[in-house]
Design a protein around this ligand. Structure first.
Ligand SMILES: CCCCCCCCCCCCCCCCCC(=O)NCCO
Length: 660
């Protein structure tokens, strides 16, 4: 699908609107001015003085522009401003008329957007209700029996014919429908699931590696006949996808049964899970809190045990953050290992290729992730997408008994982890030590610069223009209203606001991030940014090599699931995950513990210098009991098998600790 025509129209419309909105006040001022423009200038001055000293610069700019406007009008002699009332009335009427037109077009557009959203919502609701009515009836005891199987056990039973694929599907559909009423992780059920399951029940198909395993799929994955919107209703206009993406084709080929499509945040660049089409998903452990994002629907469905294997994607933490918030396992592969033709990233035709997203599996134990990776890294996928390096799963690395040298860190130097998260890492490290692995302290480089100067500049290198064009024809979810609103201002005002925000938050990263989102200026700047990313990767790799590490274990995120709607105050935490996207290192998450009452009391000593720390203190000192904590295991590029091995070691080590 190509967005170029829409993009051009949006750009023209957006530019015209901006031009008009920002120049018309000046026209009105001119219309209302006396001969020298004094009256209005005086008013402006007193308003700016009232707002405060900080506005002096703004006043100067406006005042200069205004004087220039008056002068220009007088010089050209087009309008006589010397008290000619009629002319002023004409200017004022034209401006107000144009404003009314703008208002009308806004109302008209909103109406269309709402209608488009309602249509999709109605069709999703109808699909869910249809499934509720027509679901294959399986006795509840049988459902419980199926749901209590782990992946290996379910696969064994399916293979032996002790459980049919149709029964397995019905069990997970039932569970998903029930849990969805409480958590809202469903976008829509997959209608063909029953046919796929029936096909799996043919005896000849039983040997396929994932035969009959129901899998949940994030909404941005391409599936024939389904919309892939990333929560942007404007993309509904392009209709449903015409062909399955690579991973969906591979999963079906392996016998998996995609049975539901799950929710995401609008734009997929935040870790809330809310958008104007499908609504807000909540956390299975605490309904007032979010499941994370952007693969938040996957986090919630797996956390609620209504799926056994899910597929999400990650460019800044979107697999790892929901895993951490919902207490499930995930693997973010090296971008490239599973290719790039599986899911919608909202930028097809306009691709940022410096920091790449990657699809990846989510599950309820390490073994499932291992089996999923073993299965999909197959000749069928390598043939389907020759750009994927034909590297099958390296069982030798995964099963090796060699003792490992593992780096660790408790802090990346920016946002301090809350006590529950630190304790989680303590336990993981103790488990690893007990299993005779060598632990080495690892100091990560300056993540503040990495986040704003590399991650945000790369991801929003066009000054957020592409996404803002899409918002011209969409509703904005309340979770990102502030940041989208800010991008409506001219760049110089955004820059001004970024400095104010650094001062208000006592945190230079917030301002730097805002400026980074204004984009890079030229191709030379982009090349310079590319050079910086390469240099950062090189020096990080050197540090890793100097310490002769096999892997690194560290916090996944500095805090646990936040209240819904609070992410906008807590963005800073994301440096723990974005680091490994900038580096393009594979990373996976293992649940290790849950927040306790003691952890909550220990929040008293949490720092509160920067605004983000104050918010963390506010949101995580209470009501966090029982929320899951994971640790992040990291490996070198294309060493997913090593990451999985370390994850398994952590899983076993922590289990041993709990038993002793
Ligand atoms: C101009 C409007 C932009 C609004 C979006 C809000 C931007 C917040 C600043 C960036 C923070 C980055 C968070 C990253 C979250 C994870 C994203 C991710 O991995 N997405 C996966 C897509 O497959």
């Amino acid at each position: 699908m190509s967005y170029s025509r829409q993009s051009l129209m949006c750009r023209c419309y957006g530019a015209m609107k901006k031009c008009f909105v920002f120049t018309s006040p000046f026209l009105l001022l001119i219309a209302g001015a006396d001969k020298d423009g004094n009256l209005i200038q005086q008013k402006l001055h007193s308003i700016c003085c009232m707002v405060g000293e900080g506005c002096k610069y703004l006043y100067d700019v406006i005042s200069d522009t205004f004087s220039w406007g008056i002068q220009h009008v007088q010089d050209t002699g087009i309008f006589d401003c010397n008290g000619n009332l009629e002319l002023r009335v004409i200017i004022a009427s034209v401006v107000l008329g144009a404003y009314s037109l703008l208002l009308f077009s806004y109302v008209w557009k909103s109406r269309n957007i709402r209608a488009r959203i309602r249509l999709k919502q109605d069709s999703c609701r109808a699909s869910i209700n249809d499934l509720k009515k027509n679901i294959i009836q399986v006795p509840s005891k049988r459902v419980e029996e199926i749901l209590s199987c782990n992946f290996q056990e379910l696969r064994r039973r399916l293979k032996k014919g002790e459980v049919t694929a149709t029964e397995a599907l019905a069990a997970f559909q039932q569970k998903a429908l029930t849990e969805n009423d409480r958590l809202n992780f469903l976008v829509e059920p997959v209608k063909e699931a029953e046919d796929l399951a029936k096909d799996c029940d043919q005896k000849t198909n039983r040997d396929r590696p994932l035969n009959g395993i129901p899998v949940s799929i994030k909404e941005n994955y391409f599936m024939e006949g389904y919309h892939s919107t990333g929560g942007m209703s404007t993309l509904l206009k392009y209709g449903t996808v015409k062909e399955d993406g690579v991973l969906v084709k591979v999963l079906k080929h392996l016998g998996a049964v995609p049975f539901v499509r799950t929710n995401i945040p609008q734009l997929m660049m935040t870790f809330e899970c809310s958008n104007p089409i499908y609504g807000c998903t909540v956390n299975p452990y605490n309904l007032k809190r979010g499941p994370g994002g952007s693969s938040g629907g996957e986090g919630a469905i797996l956390g609620a045990e209504a799926s056994i294997l899910g597929w999400g994607s990650d460019i800044g933490g979107s697999l790892r953050i929901p895993s951490h918030f919902c207490g499930v396992y995930c693997l973010k592969p090296t971008a490239g290992r599973l290719g790039s033709k599986s899911n919608e990233e909202l930028d097809e035709g306009l691709v940022q290729s410096l920091i790449n997203p990657t699809p990846g599996p989510m599950a309820r134990d390490v073994d499932t992730l291992v089996e999923a990776m073993k299965a999909v890294l197959c000749p069928f996928m390598f043939e389907l997408d020759p750009e994927i390096p034909p590297i099958p799963f390296n069982t030798e690395v995964y099963e090796s008994k060699k003792k490992l040298r593992i780096g660790y860190y408790y802090s990346d130097g920016y946002v301090t982890c809350i006590p529950g998260v630190k304790r989680g890492l303590d336990e993981a490290l103790e488990g690893l030590k007990n299993r005779k692995h060598e632990l080495v302290e690892f100091v990560v480089p300056d993540v503040r610069a990495m986040f704003s100067e590399l991650f945000c500049k790369a991801c929003f290198g066009d000054g957020s223009e592409h996404v803002m064009n899409m918002f011209n024809d969409d509703m904005v979810d309340p979770t990102i209203t502030l940041i989208v609103l800010m991008h409506q201002f001219p760049k110089f005002i955004q820059k001004y606001l970024s400095y104010i925000s650094t001062w208000v938050t006592n945190d230079r990263v917030t301002g730097e991030q805002m400026r980074a989102m204004l984009g890079v200026g030229s191709v030379t700047d982009w090349w310079e940014l590319t050079g910086k990313v390469i240099e950062f990767r090189k020096s990080f790799l050197q540090k890793w090599k100097d310490l002769e590490l096999d892997a690194v274990v560290c916090p996944t995120f500095p805090y646990v699931a936040p209240p819904t709607g609070a992410v906008k105050y807590l963005i800073g935490g994301v440096t723990y995950t974005t680091l490994y996207n900038v580096l393009n290192f594979p990373a996976g998450c293992v649940p290790v513990t849950k927040v306790t009452a003691v952890d909550q009391i220990a929040m008293q000593d949490y720092p509160s210098n920067m605004a983000v720390e104050k918010f963390i203190k506010k949101y995580f000192s209470a009501d966090t009991g029982g929320l899951p904590v994971t640790v992040q295991c990291v490996g070198l590029p294309y060493q997913e098998e090593m990451v999985l091995r370390v994850m398994k070691e952590v899983e076993l080590g922590v289990a041993d600790l709990k038993q002793s």
